[in-house]
Design a protein around this ligand. Structure first.
Ligand code: BT5
Length: 257
């Protein structure tokens, strides 16, 4: 992977500028600084390795050299009404790229992509506001592509997998990257449709199952996973048969065993 091969892989896509690093702390940090200094819509920061990759709540995201995809996209959203669906946009686009390869990805709401029930990708959304207006959103996506990208099981709370392992065949990182971006650009134009929401909902992991909602290691809610509200927040049916909505935030979902 280098600047030239990336430019070639992305040449047909209507994107902004591209920055590539052999190694970086976090692509989201670089994208935040770049967006602040005026990067155009759909500019991308991509790195071969992250030494301080971030998950939510400053958890660590592992991106070992030469084996994963770690990138951040700068979106300057036209309107605030679509913002809450943006994590779905990222998740669906990553899921599309797996489906195109014959896999059956699921979205563990709000921000994980599962293959064979294990985490293959994570999404970190960060937005910068001026008063009540969103200036820009950074979509950070990390995907385990080759086998070597999957962290050791003993370091993780939720099992991990790579696209290559799920597929049982080699995967080209830049082809996967271009497929995700192609899908994201297409789906972004449809983000406000009911079709978008339906497709997002159809890929949800644990639908119809009893799940726990965890925040910072604390159980904050439980119920049967029903689906999504129009804004992309999650619907559960609790033990009193009432519909409860779970808002976006630093929540994790676990199937009850
Ligand atoms: C996430 O957070 O899953 C969001 C990850 C976003 C990473 C991208 S890479 C490009 C951009 N630049 C950044 O600095 N970040 C974004 P969360 O739901 O909080 O999950 C974090 C947890 O996932 C960790 O605590 C680990 O247990 C686990 N984990 C870390 N690396 C992993 C990996 N490579 N594969 C699977 N699980 C991993």
């Amino acid at each position: 992977m280098n600047q030239q091969s990336i430019q070639t892989a992305l040449s047909s896509l209507p994107i902004g500028d591209v920055r590539y690093y052999d190694s970086i702390g976090s692509t989201n940090d670089d994208a935040l600084a770049w967006a602040k200094s005026g990067a155009p819509d759909l500019s991308i920061v991509l790195a071969d390795e992250q030494t301080a990759g971030r998950g939510r709540l400053n958890r660590k995201w592992m991106t070992p050299k030469g084996s994963a995809l770690a990138f951040s996209l700068i979106l300057r959203p036209p309107s605030r009404t679509h913002l809450s669906r943006t994590v779905g946009l990222a998740a669906l686009s990553a899921a599309d790229s797996c489906q195109m390869r014959g896999l059956s990805p699921q979205i563990k709401w709000p921000n994980d992509i599962l293959l064979n029930g294990k985490k293959a990708a994570g999404i970190l959304l960060e937005s910068v506001w001026s008063g009540s207006e969103v200036n820009y959103v950074i979509i950070g996506i990390g995907i385990n592509v080759l086998k070597e990208s999957t962290p050791p099981a003993e370091t993780l709370k939720f099992p991990a997998i790579s696209v290559e392992e799920a597929l049982g065949a080699p995967v080209d990182r830049l082809e996967l990257f271009a497929d995700i971006l192609t899908s994201l650009i297409k789906r972004r134009a449809e983000i406000n449709t009911s079709n978008f929401l339906n497709q997002w909902e159809q890929l949800l992991a644990f639908r119809g199952q009893f799940v726990h909602i965890i925040n910072n290691d604390q159980l904050i809610n439980s119920g049967v996973l029903r689906g999504l509200n129009a804004d992309g927040s999650l619907q559960l049916i609790n033990s009193e048969d009432k519909i409860v909505s779970i808002q976006f935030g630093d929540v994790s979902l676990r199937p009850a065993v």
